[in-house]
Write a protein that binds this ligand. Structure first.
Ligand SMILES: NC(=O)C1=CN([C@@H]2O[C@H](COP(=O)(O)OP(=O)(O)OC[C@H]3O[C@@H](n4cnc5c(N)ncnc54)[C@H](OP(=O)(O)O)[C@@H]3O)[C@@H](O)[C@H]2O)C=CC1
Ligand SMILES: O=C(O)CCC(=O)C(=O)O
Length: 488
């Protein structure tokens, strides 16, 4: 296989200019489909780089917040048009950096364009309420003000959509931004910065510093010049960010893991349920916080569902996401690959029965990449590790339920509460699920993954800090309410 390596070095974007890190160190961004392919080099930054970015963002804030919302919106519309024009280039960088297939990466980049346009429009929408005062001669109303400098810490699994669904609302409501993307996807983030630069955003309004999470990510959480932090990633890191922010009185928002169930009732459309389980559980190699992980099937349809599921999984083509007809790419990095294989081993050790997959696929096309076969276990019991912990890989755990009550109890038996699906044609079962399921997203006859940008997104229990992102819900995090009382 020919390897298309590039040696372009991407700099930090600070105060409207591209600058190298004070450390002079760079880090290679590797293609997980072929570890010999270097996508580019990013800066391995240190705290003085972050300080520079925070200073630039603080200096830009006063003028940015004073612009009319519609003017800030115009910048976002321009950035959207530029991203749309560069869609193929950005999607290709994404596939090469973290492995999702090119059609998925193109879909995500198009979603990024739509996110920018949605929030551009927010600049023209109302922001407050008029509240009747007990004083008949007074006018009382609420308005909203930006928070200041927002720190954005993002993961590698949605390298365009997640940065944009955090940055676009932060910007439209008048904040300035310092982003630290996941190290695996620093090149894709640098391309997003180029779009903002080309759109002419004033210097310092958006800034990017790449580098180790434990240095730059932690630095953002602890920085006194950053008024709010929005994070998506693991629970372990999210909790430390929340604690650091709380300790210094900064606002924070954490979107973390999931252990999302799909319930298949006896009256379900089985082929629909199978397709949604495969799409929700295995697309993006299972690396979505909304991915289906536990599949709870009513005993009356368990065998036909299982047969159909295995038959369809057997047809999926695994490989380099840049190749046509490949349905599932590799895990995003070496650590993730090791983690997923370790969970599969644990599943076997704890007594779950392996129905398919479980290994790194064999053959020359797979030797240099972080591939794992789509894997299905059955006889999974609620106390097993693979039923409890987020795997973030192409692994499905089948569980048999004797009744819908038991299915619902199993679905709710998790520390997480992000997304949950049910497949049924019974309206009572649908309503019961909507009512009783402890999840921030409840989906009926639809896969657990897949978030619409105009609707609130976030989880219950350990999945989030109980805030919501996206849609109009974003205004709650990125602004503070001011109550105004006016008397002549
Ligand atoms: N909810 C979701 O969408 C996601 C969940 N996960 C879960 O997390 C697991 C591990 O993935 P991983 O990439 O390691 O996730 P992390 O939580 O470690 O990474 C997410 C982001 O946080 C940064 N970060 C890392 N350490 C710190 C720190 N101490 N303080 C502040 N920021 C930090 C990372 O930077 P850097 O890249 O430089 O380390 C990255 O930008 C996955 O297996 C999955 O279970 C992962 C990604 C997304
Ligand atoms: O399901 C989606 O499209 C979004 C999932 C997500 O936000 C995540 O995995 O972090």
């Amino acid at each position: 296989m020919t390897v298309k390596s590039e040696s372009r070095t991407y700099l930090n974007y600070i105060g409207g200019t591209w600058v190298p890190s004070h450390t002079g160190e760079i880090e290679a961004s590797i293609n997980p489909a072929n570890r010999n392919d270097v996508v580019g080099y990013i800066q391995n930054s240190a705290l003085p780089d972050l300080d520079g970015a925070v200073q630039a963002a603080s200096a830009a804030h006063k003028a940015w917040k004073r612009l009319a919302g519609s003017v800030r919106g115009d910048y976002l519309y321009k950035a959207a048009a530029i991203l749309e024009k560069r869609l193929d280039e950005v999607a290709t960088a994404m596939t090469r950096e973290m492995g999702k297939t090119l059609p998925e990466a193109k879909g995500e980049t198009a979603r990024g364009v739509a996110i920018l346009r949605y929030y551009a429009g927010e600049g023209m929408r109302s922001v407050g309420d008029v509240i009747p005062s007990t004083d008949s001669e007074a006018l009382m109303f609420t308005t909203r003000v930006p928070l200041g400098v927002v720190g954005v810490i993002t993961p590698w699994n949605f390298p365009v959509a997640i940065p944009l669904w955090k940055m676009a609302p932060a910007l439209i409501y008048g904040n300035t931004v310092v982003i630290k993307p996941a190290s695996e996807t620093g090149v894709t983030c640098a391309l997003l910065m180029e779009c903002f630069e080309e759109a002419g955003l004033p210097a310092g309004v958006v800034n990017m510093v790449t580098g180790d999470g434990s240095v730059i990510g932690r630095g953002i959480a602890e920085h006194p010049g950053i008024q709010a932090i929005t994070f998506t990633g693991s629970n372990a890191v999210g909790k430390t960010i929340g604690q650091a922010a709380l300790a210094r009185g900064a606002k924070y928002q954490l979107e973390m893991g999931g252990k999302n169930p799909v319930v298949v009732a006896a009256d379900a459309d089985l082929s629909l349920a199978v397709e949604a389980t495969i799409s929700g559980g295995l697309r993006s190699t299972g690396q979505k916080c909304t991915a289906t992980s536990r599949v709870i099937v009513h005993q009356d349809v368990y065998e036909p569902f299982k047969r159909l599921l295995l038959e369809r999984i057997g047809e999926l083509k695994i490989g380099d996401g840049m190749e046509r007809n490949v349905w599932m790419g590799p895990c995003a990095n070496e650590k993730q690959h090791r983690t997923v294989l370790a969970y599969i081993r644990k599943g076997k050790e704890e007594g779950a029965r392996l129905l398919c997959g479980g290994e790194q696929p064999q053959g020359s096309g797979y030797a240099d990449g972080y591939y794992v076969e789509p894997t299905v276990f059955e006889e999974v019991t609620p106390e097993m590790t693979i039923a409890r912990e987020e795997i973030f890989g192409p692994v499905l755990a089948l569980m048999k339920a004797e009744s819908m009550e038991q299915a619902l109890a199993l679905a709710n038996d998790a520390e997480f509460g992000l997304s949950a699906s049910i497949f049924t044609t019974n309206i009572g079962a649908m309503l019961g699920f909507i009512q009783e399921m402890d999840a921030g997203l409840v989906r009926i006859n639809a896969e657990s993954a897949g978030v619409e940008l105009q609707a609130p997104f976030g989880g219950m229990k350990q999945s989030s800090s109980h805030s919501r992102e996206q849609g109009r819900a974003a205004i709650e995090f990125f602004t503070a309410v001011k109550t105004v009382f006016v008397k002549s």
